[in-house]
Design a protein around this ligand. Structure first.
Ligand code: GLU
Ligand code: ZN
Length: 499
């Protein structure tokens, strides 16, 4: 029997900023859809009015577009200029599907799969304590499972407002996790659970599996933190199948935890986990995604750097490793640096554009010089870990004066640096300014005249001209800055040394 086409979903709640764990989940779903020629559904789980925000929703759309996760069905068009939005199961925002959930909750009640629970929080808490004290399972005890009409009437007369609870079948639930293999949950560990609040608001426990059913999701790939909800959802699915609402139970695959510093789970609130931070620092989406793909998966034992197309061609959720993955910022940066080098130089120059203007760039916009930028870009490309580093690397070209870094100055300007700089100035003035080699010869000769090797001789020149001891290749930098400015900066350094 041919298996049904793959339909996966990414279904974040719009609360706060997107974080890297969420991006990894989206990536694995998207890659699996693309690998299998399936459908990638993007759904917004915004049923918690107290926590969800429109701003966060907009940010999610923006992040998905930046990452390149083109969805096939979703709440808005992927390509906001030309693409179509929606899909056969629209709307894709749960806040717009409330009538549907209400209807299904009623069907679950009518079919006996759910019941009204009148217990108050205090009562639940007291009984939980008592169960704990007696060493018994402390989940919901089934108190309201079989209330008589009189009991219900009495509760109603007291003005109690019931929640709706799902009736877990009294049976062991076993399923084969795509990542973890066979998992078994016994009934005492999966008590009846709430699906609708007393105020009528449906809960995640209802709307998430209901939408997966209605949207005909075939594979649920999500974080390990949601594993405990899976047996409940499987039971709910069975009820939905009985009611003719669901066709089948999807396959589940739980992706490994992402660990941060000190082997603690990387939390949403951890600043290191905010996607926006990576964007602002100038990670390329392709670099970040390459790194995130390694959190639980690998292309091959000997290759860490690859393109998204290579990932898609190879990705199978069955190959995901269940062990927790450690987020290693250094490695993430190194992989990003590789992706920066892989860009065509013209593309590299374009991607740097945001960091070449306010608020990142310290120079006045009129001092930016496109020709100089095009000339220096190839020399900068191989040196950046993240694009935001471009600003400090090229500011000497666009600021009237270099930004003098005091530590660099102290390090480079030694006894005799003034004499060296005077000789270097003379030789540079006589050099051929159309050739970095000629400029190198000039500084080399100045060094020889003072018994210094090239490295030692060029340090004061570099600090005088760029303000720092480290930077882009020096002689190319001097050539692009030009003779007049270079010599004027050496003069200014000499004046400073004399003072
Ligand atoms: N909205 C849920 C969350 O963000 C989705 C969980 C799931 O993938 O099932 O946690
Ligand atoms: Zn109850």
């Amino acid at each position: 029997m041919a298996s049904a086409p793959v339909r996966v979903r990414f279904c974040p709640s719009p609360t706060g900023n997107p974080h890297v764990g969420l991006v990894r989940t989206a990536l694995f779903n998207w890659a699996y859809a693309r690998h299998t020629g399936g459908t990638f559904v993007f759904r917004i789980e915004d049923t918690d009015a107290a926590r969800d925000s429109e701003e966060s929703y907009e940010q999610l759309l923006d992040s998905m577009r930046w990452l390149g996760f083109d969805w096939d069905e979703g709440p808005a068009a992927f390509d906001s200029a030309s693409g179509a939005s929606g899909g056969p199961h629209a709307p894709y925002r749960q806040s717009q599907r409330m009538d549907l959930y209400k209807d299904i909750a009623q069907k679950l009640l009518d079919g006996g799969h759910a019941y009204r629970c009148y217990c108050t929080t205090t009562e639940l808490e007291e009984r939980r304590e008592a169960a704990r004290a007696a060493g018994k399972p402390s989940g919901y005890d089934g108190h309201c499972r079989e209330l008589t009409a009189e009991q219900v009437e009495a509760y109603e007369a007291q003005g109690r407002e019931p929640i709706v609870r799902f009736r877990m079948p009294d049976e062991t639930i076993t399923f084969t996790d795509l990542v973890r293999g066979e998992l078994t949950f016994t009934p005492e560990n999966v008590p009846d659970y709430g699906i609708v609040r007393a105020n009528g608001a449906p809960l995640y426990t209802l709307v998430n599996p209901v939408d997966d059913a209605l949207m005909e999701i075939t594979h649920v790939l999500r974080g390990e933190d949601l594993l405990s909800s899976t047996p409940r959802q499987i039971a709910l699915y069975k009820a939905l199948i009985e009611l003719g609402i669901a066709q089948q139970i999807p396959s589940f695959g739980h992706l490994p935890y992402v660990m941060g510093e000190g082997n603690k789970k990387l939390s949403k609130r951890d600043p290191q986990s905010s996607l926006n931070l990576y964007r602002e620092r100038g990670f390329l989406p392709e670099g970040l995604l390459n790194y995130l793909s390694l959190l639980g998966w690998s292309l091959s034992a000997d290759r860490d750097v690859f393109t998204i197309d290579e990932m898609v061609a190879a990705f199978d959720v069955a190959d995901v490793n269940p062990n927790p993955a450690r987020f290693d910022l250094k490695k993430c940066e190194a992989i990003n640096a590789d992706h920066i080098r892989m860009l065509d130089v013209k593309e590299f120059a374009e991607r740097c554009a945001p960091w070449l203007k306010a608020p990142f760039a310290p120079w006045a916009p009129e001092n930016f010089d496109e020709a100089k930028w095009q000339a220096i870009a190839p020399h900068a490309q191989s040196r950046l870990k993240v694009l935001s580093e471009i600003t400090d690397n090229v500011d000497f070209l666009f600021l009237p004066e270099p930004v003098l870094d005091e530590a660099s100055w102290t390090k480079a300007m030694k006894e005799g640096s003034d004499a060296l700089l005077r000789t270097a100035r003379e030789k540079l003035q006589a050099a051929d300014w159309t050739s970095p080699d000629s400029l190198k010869e000039a500084v080399l000769a100045a060094g020889e005249a003072h018994g210094l090797k090239l490295g030692k001789a060029q340090a004061p020149v570099r600090v005088a001209v760029t303000g720092r001891t480290v930077g882009l290749p020096l002689f190319e930098s001097l050539e692009i800055l030009g003779e007049e400015k270079t010599l004027a900066r050496i003069d200014a350094a000499l004046a400073r040394l004399a003072a």
